[in-house]
Design a protein around this ligand. Sequence first.
Ligand code: ASP
Length: 339
Amino acid sequence: MERSLLIVYTGGTIGMKENPETRALAPFNFEQIEQEVPELRRFGYNIVTESLAPLVDSSDVDVDFWLRLAGIIEARYNEFDGFVVLHGTDTMAYTASALSFMLCNLSKPVVLTGSQLPIGAIRTDGKENLLGALEIAAAQADNQAIVPEVAIFFNHVLLRGNRATKFGAARFDAFKSYNYPPLAEAGIAIRYHTQAIRPRGIGDLQVLKRFDAHVASLRLFPGIAQEAVEAVVGIPTLRGLVLETFGSGNAPSLPWLYDLLRHATSCGVIVVNTTQCAADSVTMAAYDAGLGLLQAGAISGADMTFEAVITKLMLALGEYPATNDATSYFLRNIAGEKS
Ligand code: ASP
């Protein structure tokens, strides 16, 4: 049976073309994508495109953008077998993480992709990325989607969306997943690592839509000044703080730091301990330096990416007004974001 796929174009480099006279990059009318990528016709899929208005450079992505994007997927969920979201690379991992938590009971693929070079450039990576993402979004076995989760396809590799992070600004392999293996790799054939892929959701799609943006992050460094920490912890509306610590979750043994954090957690602020290391996990009891954070009431970000931690925390706080409920949601494994 012919597969139906929806491409949602949100902005970013992939949808741009060089003006031959001025050589400046400008977005082209995405409804005419087949003119740029005639290979699309050869798939034999029924491909529908929808553009988000206005298009955004992904540096401008915000909660409202996630709501609009998830709203399109929700509204058109039953019409299509899979969804491909074209997105700027800069914040793609944040959007993929947010969608993975918002779209509950997902049973169809939502594959994000973009490119480092515009689709209208001669050496573009956009065509490969788009064609691969479409093939993955359409892939089924026994009439069921092979990848029923939110994923990022980039440079021949399919990564779980909430495990991915942008690591290169000017290279084709722009994304890495340090703590989880790829879901698929595209060579001559696309090889799916089925044991790494999440099971299909059971029941109807449900979309969580409440975010609370009263969160902040604080990256520790040797010599950090008390007033810098006070300024962040003292934000009157603060409900969540992501502390980026050293190694396996360690902080300097400064009594004022622990006092400030203890005060924050006792006032109901959720303090998440996440490591500055790209790979591996926070284990707070490994050293005294981490144990102190545990005693100050911090909770572990485990091996989640920063992108997953921040979006999950915002959703936890939005969906659950009581700190205890938000904390238990945050500590659960919701969409394969932690080991
Ligand atoms: N600044 C662009 C964006 O993220 C870069 C890209 O498209 O990759 O929207």
